[in-house]
Design a protein around this ligand. Structure first.
Ligand SMILES: Cc1cc2nc3c(=O)[nH]c(=O)nc-3n(C[C@H](O)[C@H](O)[C@H](O)COP(=O)(O)OP(=O)(O)OC[C@H]3O[C@@H](n4cnc5c(N)ncnc54)[C@H](O)[C@@H]3O)c2cc1C
Length: 500
């Protein structure tokens, strides 16, 4: 695109809520004399996708911060609410006409409904002669561009990673973050109206409201995510802080009490931080290599590639977006789906301390450590033989970092229904995981105070009534919901039977 090819450009922001290293914003700044931005909230679609209050609150709080940052650059940010994605082509068509926009810029999103929405917008605006440019920004490379020798999308992580690194090692500059758009003159901001009326009772305004659909978003109203500062400044701070400890990541990342992971997921998912900024930081710590001499940075870059892998997967295998297992034969698993089991799992009352501590961490903070996500997902789907989709939905509802691709990928992995799935006979033993990764019970004590006085040994599996250790039986803490050995056997049989 030649410099300043257009008079007026509109940037449609979605989950890319930052000024720095934002490809759509950068390209609009380069290609247009005047730039405005828009965010369209679609609460009905968000609900139907399972987005819970926490992730939406994080998104909207980050948006407020972004609006202030853009204003400093004299780029107005408009806000619009409409029920569903399907409303966006018609509304954008009116908006580009009323704002006299010459081109629309956005960063691509990949789940099927998002792709379909973006395609409809492109077709609709084409009729008005307004080009729409979608950029690669949420991922490092365009999904679909990395394929096996036979031209298919990768189904297994390790070959995907090998192919990625062989093509991109020592090419850090390809992922170098882009500069922020320069500030426009004060008169630039004045070229855009304060608000415009659209057909069907909706208005385009410059104020982000306190409620969107039935999401109550008044600042301070989101109890569970209060610990999470929102926005680009908080995300940038988290990235900087993590750079200080990345060298220890390989050693401590699996220990939930250590708080040694980056906790960048909420920022990556609403786009307050970009994946390129993460990669630039880690490559700088790793001599510019994906697999370099800093073991912590190399291991962390692997996790960034897991994120990339799952984003590519939804494009290569869109059936995972349709509530379907990746492996069709696992559609026949006879899930027991006992509602009491599910409720106790959700509430952190299974009687298995590490599972309960993890679920309470989720319920109280909107986040859960990765090791524990694997443990609780395995426990729900294997030991309690509950359909992975119920757990997937509950996570979407609770997580402040809820992301369809990573969440679906993680759940299907744990349930052995997905690509790269854990083989069905590998079932996490929650007690061994607990002893190994929370050896002194520090994490359990933090979230299950009823058990705080138990010894480091007993806390993983509290002694039950009738045993000599009954003296220490704790405050109404429930008996285990199932016997992990028997339930493991049952799960393996169920999956083995699918083969016959
Ligand atoms: C059942 C299950 C559900 C999950 N649901 C989500 C979800 O909704 N949103 C989400 O962002 N992650 C999800 N994950 C992946 C992972 O647990 C989180 O990304 C991680 O715990 C976030 O913490 P962090 O930022 O400190 O991670 P770090 O360990 O610091 O990793 C850095 C980044 O790499 C990415 N990443 C790390 N591990 C994974 C992984 N296994 N899959 C994909 N990306 C990864 C994340 O973007 C993360 O922020 C899920 C995993 C499982 C097993």
């Amino acid at each position: 695109m030649p410099e300043k090819a257009y008079q007026r450009g509109l940037v449609w922001l979605r989950n890319d809520l930052r000024v720095a290293d934002n490809t759509a914003l950068y390209r609009a700044g380069k290609g247009c004399k005047a730039v405005a931005a828009i965010f369209i909230a679609c609460p009905q679609t968000w609900r139907s996708h399972g987005d819970g209050d926490n992730v939406v609150a994080m998104r909207l709080r980050s948006l407020r911060q972004l609006q202030a940052a853009l204003e400093k650059k004299h780029i107005p940010l408009y806000f619009l609410e409409c029920p569903e994605f399907s409303n966006t082509p018609g509304l954008l068509s009116q908006i580009v006409e009323k704002l006299q926009v010459d081109a629309l810029f956005a960063n691509a999103e990949y789940p099927v409904n998002e792709l379909a929405r973006d395609q409809s917008v492109r077709e609709r605006l084409k009729q008005q002669g307004v080009p729409v440019e979608y950029s690669t920004d949420r991922t490092l490379i365009p999904p679909g561009s990395l394929t096996t020798g036979s031209g298919d999308g990768f189904k297994v992580f390790t070959p995907f990673k090998r192919a990625f690194i062989s093509q991109h090692d020592n090419s850090g500059e390809a992922f170098a973050p882009l500069p922020s758009p320069r500030a426009h003159g004060a008169d630039h901001g004045d070229q855009w109206p304060e608000w415009i009326a659209l057909d069907g009772n909706s208005n385009l305004v410059r104020r982000i409201p306190d409620t969107v659909g039935d999401y109550g978003l008044a600042p301070g109203g989101e109890k569970k995510v209060l610990d999470w500062s929102a926005g680009e400044s908080a995300g940038t701070r988290a990235l900087k802080n993590f750079a200080e400890i990345i060298g220890d990541y390989a050693r401590w990342r699996d220990f939930p009490a250590q708080e040694n992971t980056s906790r960048l997921s909420p920022y990556l998912n609403c786009g307050a931080v970009s994946v390129r900024q993460c990669v630039a930081m880690a490559l700088a710590e790793n001599g510019g290599r994906w697999a370099g001499s800093n073991e912590g940075a190399s291991t962390w870059l692997d996790e960034i590639l897991w994120r990339e892998f799952y984003q590519h997967l939804v494009v290569n295998f869109p059936r995972v977006c349709r509530n379907k297992p990746f492996k069709p034969e696992t559609e026949k698993v006879p899930w027991s789906n006992r509602s009491e089991d599910f409720e106790r799992w959700c509430e952190g009352r299974t009687g298995v301390p590490i599972v309960d501590a993890a679920m309470r961490q989720l319920n109280q903070t909107g986040w859960m450590h990765n090791r524990l996500r694997m443990v609780v997902a395995s426990f729900l789907t294997k030991n309690l033989l509950t359909d992975w989709r119920k757990g997937e939905h509950y996570f979407m509802q609770q997580l402040v970092d809820a992301d369809f691709a990573a969440n679906n990928g993680g759940w299907q992995w744990a349930a052995s229904t997905g690509t790269d799935a854990a083989p069905y006979f590998r079932v996490f033993n929650p007690y061994s995981q607990s002893k190994r990764f929370d050896p002194e019970g520090e994490f359990i004590r933090a979230y299950v105070p009823e058990l705080a006085s138990l010894s480091d040994r007993d806390i993983h599996c509290p002694p039950r009534e009738g045993t000599s250790a009954d003296l220490f039986a704790q405050d109404g803490y429930p008996a285990p919901i199932c016997d992990v050995t028997d339930s493991r056997k049952r799960a393996i049989e169920v999956f083995a039977n699918l083969k016959s």
